[in-house]
Ligand binder design. Structure first.
Ligand code: PAF
Length: 281
């Protein structure tokens, strides 16, 4: 069993032909942390072969977001993958394509979720999800996965990708995996690298507030909980704090199907995401 570093679609097709079995896809933009590794670990467990992609996708960055500033840590990423596979010894492709491989002709959007693209994260990043769906669709097309693994920290992304798979009738099982947290409870994210120790402390308000809302769910009536959320949201630094339907992300009218509490909290210039699912299991 081995790890192969692959840069082109042609090399990837050769790898597919030379190896056998089901394929699990872990799409990433690199700068790997334990959250990404948990996705790869799940892929290794459920599949004969796994492909982890490292591609900083330009189409999901807005005009005011600096693509060139996105952390690129390839050496460290590779070391983490090699170390993880020591205890698994499976077939892994690390696909590190350039832009031409992913977008040979145009970077035009090939799938857009008209309902959710402008909600929550999309309310301040209006083209972000078009870029995500377009690249994920393309990665599916190139890598032919049986399963694809996404972290639940980016909950909206997960729901949008699941919807896309269903709408386009794609033959891929999309798995959402639990958020991996630092010891403090802070959700693991590449964006945490931008935070000082003091800002990491400040960031815990996000986690603590979501936990407070979770305590109220199942105890208080929905209108009381919404009042509490509204009050919190009016405090400093919240980009949003919302209760939504856990599968559709529609605004919630009752708690019959459970709920997801979604928050985005601003620390300095960094927008931090977190969420808690409630009553869905
Ligand atoms: O979650 C991410 O890192 C990215 O949005 C993804 C899914 C790799 C697409 O570029």
């Amino acid at each position: 069993m081995s790890i192969r570093i692959i840069k082109t679609c042609k090399e990837y097709n050769e790898w597919i032909n030379e190896t056998e079995g089901t394929i699990g896809l872990v799409p990433t933009m690199g700068n790997l942390h334990r959250g990404h590794l948990s996705l790869l670990e799940a892929s290794l467990k459920f599949n004969d072969r796994s492909v982890i992609t490292i591609f900083v996708n330009p189409t999901q960055f807005g005009e005011d977001e600096d693509l060139s500033e996105y952390p690129r840590t390839l050496g460290d990423d590779l070391a983490q993958i090699f170390e993880l596979n020591q205890s698994h010894n499976k077939e892994i492709a690390i696909f590190i394509p350039n832009e031409k491989e992913i977008y040979p002709n145009s970077k035009e959007t090939t799938y857009s979720d008209k309902v959710l693209r402008g909600e929550l994260e999309g309310s301040v990043r209006p083209t972000h999800f078009d870029g995500v769906t377009t690249v994920v669709r393309r990665l599916f097309e190139i890598t032919h996965p049986n399963m694809a693994f996404f972290g639940k920290k980016d909950y909206q992304q997960l729901i949008i990708v699941k919807k896309m798979v269903q709408k386009l009738g794609l033959n891929v099982i999309v798995k959402g995996l639990p958020i991996v947290r630092e010891d403090s409870g802070l959700a693991m994210s590449s964006r945490n690298n931008y935070l000082s120790e003091a800002q990491k402390e400040e960031a815990l308000t996000l986690r603590h507030t979501l936990l407070e809302v979770e305590t109220l769910l199942g105890r208080d009536p929905l209108d009381k909980i919404q009042e509490f959320i509204q009050k919190k949201r009016s405090e400093q630094n919240w980009n949003y704090l919302e209760l939504r339907h856990p599968f559709t992300l529609a605004p919630i009218e009752n708690l019959k199907s459970g709920a997801v509490i979604l928050g985005n909290y601003q620390v300095g210039t960094t927008r931090l995401l977190d969420n808690i699912e409630w009553g869905t299991h």
